[in-house]
Write a protein that binds this ligand. Sequence first.
Ligand code: SF4
Length: 216
Amino acid sequence: MLTRLDCDGLQSARECAVVTEIVALPRPFGSRYGVPVISCVDATIFHRAYFTHCLQCTFCHDWCCQYGVDVDMYHYQRIQRHADRLEVFTGIRREHWFTGEYEEDPQAPGGGSMRTSAMDGGCVFLNRKGRGCLLHVFCLEEGIDYHELKSMVDCLFPITFYEEILGPADEVDDASLVCLDTGPTLYRGLRGELEYYFGGEFVRTLDETEAHVARS
Ligand code: SF4
């Protein structure tokens, strides 16, 4: 049974300036790593849109890669396992990859995250000779699934998760995302990634939620 929750109880979680429609899911869903666990969805992901096909975008210049990204410890450890080859591939020594700032977070795979460094106006792993992410290109060239090295928040952007709610990233809420409202909705653009992380039943439930929200 889908229920609507008004914003009052969640003011502290997200500083909701506008009434946000948070819909409770029939049960909690844990990711393939166990966490995060999602039990509600912010219906904004069914309303707002973004370009989605990043490598074909001709106007953003990888805008959302300029500040670096949080890498959960599950993926941080896997990046370290490939460090020797990644150093050769990127031409950047491993001590320059992360800021060293560790943030504990029980909802992040591996229990916390490290931040990638930003240099010369972009994430350390930004592909300066082409588009997108060097970790992604490395995986493609090495025949590795990119989900093995790229962090969950990175692959799901501009959708994110906080306190068991699946919702839009801050760059959607504050409308700073330069490709906002071009392309499919956040949900439709990232349905495949959500299915990878949370499974088929999860996206079928979100399909139902999307239809429920559209009807109301
Ligand atoms: S999400 Fe938008 S701004 Fe970011 S790389 Fe993709 S198209 Fe560009």
